[in-house]
Design a binder for this molecule. Structure first.
Ligand SMILES: Nc1ncnc2c1ncn2[C@@H]1O[C@H](COP(=O)(O)OP(=O)(O)O)[C@@H](O)[C@H]1O
Ligand SMILES: [Mg+2]
Length: 154
């Protein structure tokens, strides 16, 4: 199994863009469409910075292509507090990120680590980049993304 692509960021507003750019680059190397993945990582990285870190704390972002061909994103932050999907509220200005994220992914979850902090992970559908309306020859065939969790140690 390939090692996951990993980037260690400093908790700050710039970290969210850096996480997005990192995911875009990684998905492009895999020949996969990155549109949904960029949205998902934006939400997870924003939460790690906003709810799970103090300024300049490390935030670790990983992207991994599972053996079934489905991409998985993981974000670690130092906080033991877990994400909570807020009930739908038309007037609230917050609390929509996880609702949006869970609508875009196949599976997601959280994993507290013995060493401290937790990982929030999401498994996406593999969508090969299309060229002239066709997937490239080398593209990974999309497969239904099964299974509940990461098959990796963080
Ligand atoms: N990485 C995290 N660490 C701790 N708490 C989190 C984390 N991500 C989300 N949460 C909790 O889950 C709630 C819902 O997250 P979200 O739907 O993204 O809404 P928002 O970020 O706008 O508050 C947050 O308000 C926060 O209490
Ligand atoms: Mg949020």
């Amino acid at each position: 199994m390939d090692e996951p692509a990993t980037i260690v960021l400093k908790a700050s507003l710039e970290a969210v863009k850096q996480a997005r750019d990192f995911v875009a680059l990684t998905f492009s190397a895999w020949g996969l469409e990155d549109h949904l993945a960029r949205t998902v990582i934006s939400e997870l990285a924003t939460n790690a910075v906003k709810h799970g870190s103090l300024p300049d704390d490390p935030v670790v972002v990983r992207a991994h292509l599972r053996e079934d061909g489905c991409p998985m994103l993981e974000v670690w932050d130092r906080s033991d507090a877990l994400p909570v999907v807020r009930p739908f509220d038309l007037v609230s200005e917050n609390g929509r990120g996880l609702q949006l994220m869970q609508a875009l992914v196949r599976h997601w979850g959280t994993r507290p680590l013995n060493e401290g902090g937790k990982v929030v992970w999401a498994v996406l559908e593999a969508r090969p980049i299309e060229m002239n309306g066709r997937p490239p020859m080398t593209a990974i065939r999309p497969a239904p993304c099964m299974g509940n969790g990461p098959d990796l140690r963080f």
